[in-house]
Design a protein around this ligand. Sequence first.
Ligand code: URA
Length: 260
Amino acid sequence: MTGRGPLLAALEWQLAAGVDEVVGFEPADRFAPPPERKAPAAPPPASRAAAVFARPAAETAAPGPAQDAAGAGDLDALRERLLAFDGCALRKTATTTVFGEGPAGARLMIVGEAPGADEDRQGRPFVGPSGRLLEQMLAAIGLPREDVYIANTVYWRPPGNRTPSAEEVEACRPFINRQIALVAPEVLMLAGGAAAKTLLGTTEGIMRLRGRWSRFGTPDGSIDVMPTFHPAFLLRSPARKRESWRDLLAVKARLESAGS
Ligand code: URA
């Protein structure tokens, strides 16, 4: 190969390996020696006095994610707090924050795993191929997407669509917990094993969890939860749609009985 061929092949190889994000616009010289560290200058007298009378760390520490999220009185406030939150490493590589969308009083809320490439570009959850299938599934039980609140367990796309790490999920957990409590749906549907494990606090796999009603506790009570397969899994394994259909019918029946 000559000219651009080898370069394109190298780029394609990186893409296939999942390296599809630019994390900085300046090249980093990873072989350069570390910069010399200067000894810290002694604090000026005034700041030494301030240090003596400094308040204890617990009082002065910046609020953590739990306080950030729990103090939000509505979804707009929660979004503001999430946008100001930099405690999740995923934020650094993502293009946008995918907060979630839907009516505040939605009767059904769906939580997926993490935004993908399409969601990262548009800043909206479930807008790619999985989203299209999800919309068809909802339509099959008579629910327009616009009536459903949709979010994810993490708010930023993991590079290369990898599974979010335990730390990333934990960093986002106070926000999704609060979001569910604020939407307060009658039924919470968890799409896929990652969302089910995170929000039900279990290590059981989706094959065992799906189709079985569970409860999600909030400060104001608890919500019916139906774990089901992720639409991305159904796109790869269409034969499993039969079980998903049963889960959807169970959700529909629960909403109908709650509404009557
Ligand atoms: N998969 C998810 O779990 N969430 C999205 O928003 C898109 C794809």
